[in-house]
Ligand binder design. Structure first.
Ligand code: ADP
Ligand code: MG
Length: 401
């Protein structure tokens, strides 16, 4: 199947040719005709399968020239909103877009809305803010896209999304895209969509079994020394270290940098342009360690990750799968290490429930004794190491020292 067969206008076909996109992906081939027919659609298709063009192409194709707000695209994070925006701009320069997300001043957004656009790409919270301030006119909206609906659910945006849907014209065409289809998303679609056509393609399944998972019981104050040993001993080429707060993401990256690691960080305290630079540099190999928070790393295309370290075990067990799924992609070996303190044991139980696997907590002797079948061990023999421990274990730690 070729893009030419999809009834898209010649401008779009020309743009696709210039961008060297020859053939539509499966989700594009199947979703574009449904969208062009005017139907509401629910599309489940895995990450990286090309969902953005699957809604962007038909919407641009159906827009009228009039500079009126005709389409709303909702995304869970500003990174994702920005990615969508740049894809849309690549396809058609004449289509005006406005990006709305929180954490930045609202007044430039209000001015942009005054000047007008065809498409608004937004995170739910900030869009609601504009709706409440009456700085956005939704009366001409004909298309609403919920992109990465499962992530919006995970991040607690589902009520905001419902409120937004309730404020847009009933006659709209609603399109929902997601990499997985949890029950609550199906319920939402029943309430807010009009007899939707369902397209259920292969969903995201993160095969945690391919990833070598290790859990170490540590005291809070041991984490840093254990981390640096892992980074050195495993000759980790490209590692993401996950932490739970943005302040600590920055501090930990600085500490590692001072210890001689090529380390950088990504978190919600960074400007959008700065985050883009960080991801670009990490993908390009300028840095080997990325210290990240879940929200900042979500949905980004980060390639070739060999190791994931959960310096802090995630508070939301779903994030565990998203985190370790960053490694071991495309049949490559992956290595995931999780630190768990005594107080965080209940979080480990929640992770185990989520992945339906038992994760044995090893003491730090297991750090040097990597499993024998591990390919990492064969390539990089791990020497016996002594982990220096502090002797100030408080009651909330394992007391291993
Ligand atoms: P998803 O939203 O399903 O995770 P994206 O829409 O972000 O996937 O697309 C993933 C990558 O595939 C992007 O880099 C995009 O430019 C590229 N891509 C999309 N459509 C095509 C196509 N038809 N041919 C080749 N590459 C494509
Ligand atoms: Mg996407």
């Amino acid at each position: 199947m070729k893009f030419e067969e999809l009834n898209l206008n010649s401008e779009l076909l020309k743009a696709l040719k210039i961008l060297k996109y020859d053939d539509p992906t499966e989700v594009q081939e199947k979703a574009i005709p449904l969208a062009l027919s005017g139907k509401d659609v629910i599309v489940r298709s895995k990450t990286g399968s090309g969902k953005t063009f699957a809604f962007a192409l038909p919407i641009i194709n159906m827009l009228s020239q009039q500079k009126q707000l005709q389409a709303i695209i909702l995304a869970p994070t500003r990174e994702l909103a920005q990615q969508i925006d740049s894809e849309v701009r690549k396809l058609d320069r004449a289509t005006k877009t406005i990006l709305l997300y929180g954490g930045v001043s609202i007044s430039p957004q209000i001015s942009a809305l005054d000047r007008g656009a065809h498409i608004v790409i937004a995170t739910p919270g900030r869009l609601l803010d504009h709706i409440e301030r009456k700085t956005i006119d939704l009366s001409a909206v004909r298309f609403v896209v919920l992109d990465e609906a499962d992530r919006m659910l995970d991040m607690g945006f589902i009520d905001d999304v419902e409120r937004i849907l309730a404020k847009t014209p009933k006659s709209r065409q609603t399109m929902l895209f997601s990499a997985t289809m949890p029950e609550q998303i199906c319920q939402l679609s029943q309430r807010y969509m009009n007899n939707p056509e369902q397209l259920m393609l292969q969903q995201d399944e993160i095969t945690v079994k391919q990833i070598r998972q290790q859990v170490f019981g540590v005291d809070r104050k041991q984490k840093l020394s254990v981390l640096t040993k892992i980074l050195r001993d495993r000759a980790a080429k490209k590692t993401i270290v996950f932490v739970n707060t943005k302040d600590w993401a920055k501090s930990l990256s600085d500490i590692l940098y001072r210890k001689g690691f090529r380390s950088t960080s990504i978190h919600s305290g960074l400007s959008q342009s700065r985050r883009n630079v960080v991801i670009h540099d990490f993908n390009a190999g300028k840095y080997t360690i990325l210290v990240a928070t879940d929200v900042a790393a979500r949905g980004l295309h980060i390639e070739g990750v060999t190791h994931v370290v959960n310096y802090d075990i995630p508070r939301n067990p779903k994030d565990y799968v998203h985190r370790i799924g960053r490694t071991g992609r495309a049949g490559k070996e992956g290595d995931a290490v999780t630190f768990v303190t005594q107080v965080d044991q209940h979080l480990l139980r929640a992770v185990e429930d989520e992945i339906q696997m038992r994760l044995e907590v090893q003491d730090l002797a297991g750090l040097s004794a990597a499993p024998i079948e591990s390919p990492m061990k064969m390539h990089h023999p791990v020497e016996q190491i002594k982990v220096h421990t502090h002797s100030d274990s408080s009651g909330d730690d394992w007391g291993l020292d």
